[in-house]
Ligand binder design. Structure first.
Ligand code: ADP
Length: 555
């Protein structure tokens, strides 16, 4: 840049000097012509006024005098005798003089090899008149050129030298801070920016430098903040116990943290998410989350470990997948469930024996008080056996054992359940009716559990003279089972918890009516196994409706 500026200045100066020189030549040329024209008219009038026969004698060197007859024939010539006797009627100045309109003409004389001015006037003579023509050379510009060229070259060289030196220092003054700015910007880019740019004596450049300096500092701060944030984020991502995968808008893996890299094969970054795993359920869930743009969570097993996968769509098409290792939790759950099942099973055997012995005591005694105690024992044992049966049912449902769904007529099941619950309904004076038809794909035992638990609750948490309606309906897509009652209802605050194990709104009422606190847990598990939707609506003091919706394409 510096060299370019210097070269530009030198060229500019040379062109300017040459322009001045050539303009000088032009001006000098014009003035010489004007001077010659004026001079020739004056000289001619002097010679005309003093005209005599010897006019062509003793003529100064730079003047040529020609005497031409009225017929145009040259009579005399001071310089060239060869033209005497020849006609000059072809000369413009002669013709102008003949017209009495004398005029100066400039022509190049090949005889003398220079520009000449010519002027002719009529001069009276003995024989009418003669034409007196005077010619003189135009001072040549060569003299000017000869005189001025060395000076000009000298001036030009001096100017070039001064221009070079001035340009050098001036451009150095401009280029140096620019170079420093460039170095500083490079340093900013590399994250090593330290100093501010040194200022010059030029106020405008200083203002510009201050601005650039300010921007550099801000840029440096932003880069440093961004770098620190990235490092912090990298640190968190590397040390977080969860596996994290981020997908971009093109469904490619944009980020994968070390924990996720341990679960999935290496080199997935930048490739489509399907390279992560061949597990069809994982890929379907990811596709579904991206398509629906809704959060989704599911369980996934890889490398012998269980993961809870939570997917969340973010802005700009990004999707984040978080994999939490739930192997230990699953293991614990499994152990608890096994313990639950084993304990229930172990309790059931001695209880059955106790019940048998109690029955024998009741039958073999005559003592009314003992029989009374025996009956109470029998009631309590039956309650514990019911509880244990519910616990065993729940353990089995939770065990994840594969199910063998069959097309089940829910109407037939409902009628059988109602029949089996008729003693309870009669005792509570509650009317139970069934309406409609529906079929669903599930194990018969599970269908019975479902209808029985819901209908039994409808009866037990009802008032004397109350109603329970078991409604069945179906379309091409769904089969719906709804159990509705006009019983005591459930307060809003309990609705979210009634499906938890052993959760009871009113413990004493549940116990009084023979409840175990597990009925709705069993219902929830059956629904989960078959992917059925479970909904509850209730108004305290008015009644409750629990609806189970089976989707036909899932069953
Ligand atoms: P339980 O064996 O105690 O009935 P459930 O799991 O079947 O246990 O029900 C949980 C709790 O939900 C019950 O204790 C009861 O308070 C409430 N509940 C269930 N069904 C109804 C209903 N139809 N009407 C009113 N409350 C109900």
């Amino acid at each position: 840049m510096k060299n370019k500026i210097i070269l530009f200045n030198v060229i500019l100066l040379t062109v300017a000097t040459l322009a001045v020189f050539f303009t000088g030549i032009g001006v000098s040329n014009t003035s010489h012509h004007e001077e010659a024209e004026k001079k020739i008219i004056d000289i001619t009038s002097v010679y005309a006024a003093n005209y005599n026969d010897d006019v062509t004698e003793n003529v100064p060197e730079d003047i040529r005098i020609t005497v031409i007859g009225s017929d145009g024939i040259v009579l005399k010539d001071s310089d060239d005798q060869s033209v005497v006797g020849k006609t000059h009627l072809d000369r413009e100045e002669v013709l102008a003089a003949l017209r009495d309109e004398p005029q100066v003409y400039t022509r190049y004389s090949s005889t003398l090899g220079k520009d000449m001015v010519y002027y002719a006037v009529k001069v009276p003579s003995v024989a009418d008149f003669v034409i007196l023509r005077v010619a003189t050379p135009v001072a040549s510009v060569n003299g000017y050129v000869r005189k001025t060229v060395p000076t000009m070259i000298y001036v030009l060289l001096c100017a070039l030298f001064l221009s070079f030196v001035a340009s050098f220092f001036m451009t150095s003054g401009i280029v140096r801070p620019l170079k420093e700015i460039k170095d500083n910007l490079t340093a900013v880019n590399n994250g090593t920016y330290r100093e501010t740019v040194r200022h010059t004596k030029d106020g405008e450049i200083n203002a510009m430098l201050s601005e650039i300096d300010d921007i550099s500092r801000k840029l440096q701060t932003s880069i440093r903040t961004a770098t620190e944030e990235k490092e912090r984020l990298d640190y968190i991502l590397s040390n977080i116990s969860d596996g994290i995968v981020a997908l971009d808008g093109e469904e490619n893996v944009n980020l994968i943290n070390p924990n996720a890299a341990r679960i999935f094969p290496a080199g997935a970054e930048g490739k489509r998410y399907t390279v992560l795993t061949a597990d069809p359920s994982f890929n379907e869930n990811v596709a579904e989350c991206i398509r629906s743009h809704r959060e989704k969570s599911f369980e996934f097993t890889a490398e012998g470990k269980d993961f809870l996968v939570c997917m969340k769509p973010l802005e700009k098409g990004f999707t984040v997948i978080v994999l939490s290792d739930i192997t230990a939790m699953k293991q614990g759950e499994k152990m608890r469930s096994e313990f639950f099942a084993n304990a229930s099973h172990e309790l059931k055997t001695p209880l059955t024996a106790v019940k048998g012995f109690n029955d024998m005591i009741s039958l073999s005694t005559e003592d009314g008080q003992i029989r009374d105690f025996s009956q109470k024992i029998d009631r309590e044992i039956s309650r514990v056996v019911t509880l244990i049966n519910d616990m065993l049912d729940l353990s089995e449902l939770e065990s994840g054992k594969p199910v063998s769904p069959v097309k089940t007529d829910l109407r037939t099941i409902a009628e059988e359940v109602i029949e089996s619950l008729s003693p309870l309904a009669a005792e509570k004076e509650v009317t139970v009716t069934v309406e409609g038809n529906a079929e669903a794909f599930l194990e018969r035992e599970h269908a019975v559990e479902l209808v029985k638990n819901l209908t039994e609750n409808g009866i037990r948490y009802n008032n004397r003279g109350g109603h329970v309606w078991v409604n069945l309906s179906q379309t091409d897509e769904v089969s719906v089972l709804s159990v509705k009652d006009d019983g005591i209802g459930i307060e809003e605050e309990h609705l979210g918890r009634i499906f938890e194990r052993f959760y009871r709104v009113n413990k004493s009422r549940s116990r009084e009516t023979g409840g175990t606190g597990l009925g709705l847990s069993i219902v929830k598990h059956v629904c989960e196994i078959y992917g059925a939707d479970l909904a509850v609506s209730s108004r305290f003091g008015v009644g409750t409706e629990i609806t189970v919706t089976f989707r036909k394409n899932q069953t």
